[in-house]
Design a protein around this ligand. Structure first.
Ligand code: PHE
Length: 349
């Protein structure tokens, strides 16, 4: 088109380009088509991008006007693309709503539902068994004093038994309890004798971890205080517990002497290996028996620390390794799995 006006040629060209893209966008049938149009017009090798690149080659008088016109063209085409995309989306939604088979009352897909951790499951079962035998279920602090954890349990500061339980000490002289026995004297002060209680919870030991050791694990302490208490009471309570938890009326147990400063006499209670039935295997290290829970009759010094006169009161206590019991119940080979938080493990229970 010949005219005297400078730049008239490129103006006409831009008008034509614009008209072409307007038609193309209006004909864009779906989101994918629009995306292709966008690349062809505005992408790195797009037609409008190529126009922008041409600006520098124009005579200086034209440059500013051309640049502004191409910029405007770019904006207009972008606007059409966005508008067309909105229209298409609205049309898709409308089509869904118009579809008579679309059921707005249909329940949404169910979300994933979690469940109770295996440690908590077994802990709740143990609590139920003891509640049925008249025990309170108590909860004591994880951060406790030297007195509760050691001193009151007949373990003075010089006593080598402190070495049996490597301890996380806090700067203020308190500690992370190394065993639930830390609750024994608390319970004696909290309840009037006679009483029975179990207190489950996390305990902590500063030691190297392996398949059967973890710095954090779970125990359940049991304590029964009465006028006359015997090892027979203790044994029968343990049998009742293990039969219920291991779902086996024939669980066989035995007592071996065991040393703990806060019981006298003290025992290790073993159960007959459930894998080999007592013949010996790798699980029980060929012994036929598995060490499960330490226990004993409460030492007179502990009763005294709890404000009870050992001439009038007696007691038995046990410290059940809950983590261990869970491993036996479900056949878990490594204690570290219990607290690792891996859903692939947890989802199996
Ligand atoms: N508290 C002891 C431990 O963790 C176990 C225990 C509890 C022993 C009660 C005897 C009586 O090793």
């Amino acid at each position: 088109m010949a005219t005297d006006e400078p730049g008239a040629d490129w103006r006409t060209e831009l008008d034509q380009v614009q008209a072409r893209w307007q038609a193309a966008v209006a004909a864009g049938a779906d989101v994918a088509a629009l995306r292709t149009l966008e690349v062809d017009a505005l992408g790195k090798k797009g037609e409008i991008t190529a126009l922008v690149r041409r600006t520098g080659a124009l005579p200086p008088d034209d440059r500013r006007a051309f640049g502004a016109a191409v910029g405007a063209l770019r904006g207009v085409v972008e606007g059409w693309l966005a508008e067309r995309a909105d229209d298409l989306q609205a049309a898709v939604l409308q089509a869904e709503l118009d579809d008579s088979t679309f059921d707005v009352g249909r329940p949404a897909a169910a979300g994933r539902v979690g469940h109770v951790h295996p440690l908590s499951q077994v802990q709740a079962e143990v609590e139920d068994v003891f509640r049925s035998m008249g025990f309170h279920v108590l909860d004591y602090p994880e951060v406790d004093s030297d007195f509760s954890n050691f001193e009151s349990l007949n373990i003075p500061s010089w006593h080598p038994a402190r070495e049996m339980q490597d301890t996380f000490w806090l700067d203020d002289g308190n500690l992370l309890r190394t065993h639930t026995s830390a609750g024994q004297v608390r319970a004696m002060h909290a309840f009037e004798a006679p009483f029975r209680a179990v207190f489950p919870g996390k305990v902590f030991r500063y030691e190297a971890t392996d398949a059967s050791h973890e710095h954090t694990f779970h125990q359940i302490e049991g304590l029964m205080i009465d006028r006359v208490v015997s090892v027979g009471h203790l044994l029968d309570s343990m049998r009742t517990l293990l039969r219920a938890i291991l779902r086996d009326a024939a669980v066989e147990v035995r007592l071996r002497p065991g040393y703990f400063p806060f019981v006298e006499p003290g025992f290790e209670l073993d159960i007959r290996c459930r894998v080999c039935g007592g013949g010996g295997c790798s699980v029980c290290k060929q012994r036929g028996w598995l060490e499960l829970l330490p226990c004993g009759l409460v030492h007179p010094n502990v009763l005294r620390a709890g404000g009870l006169d050992p001439d009038h009161w007696q007691g038995w206590a046990f410290g059940l390794g809950l983590s261990r019991l869970v491993m036996m119940r479900f056949g878990v080979p490594d204690v570290r799995l219990l607290l690792a938080g891996d859903v692939r493990f947890l989802a199996q229970f």
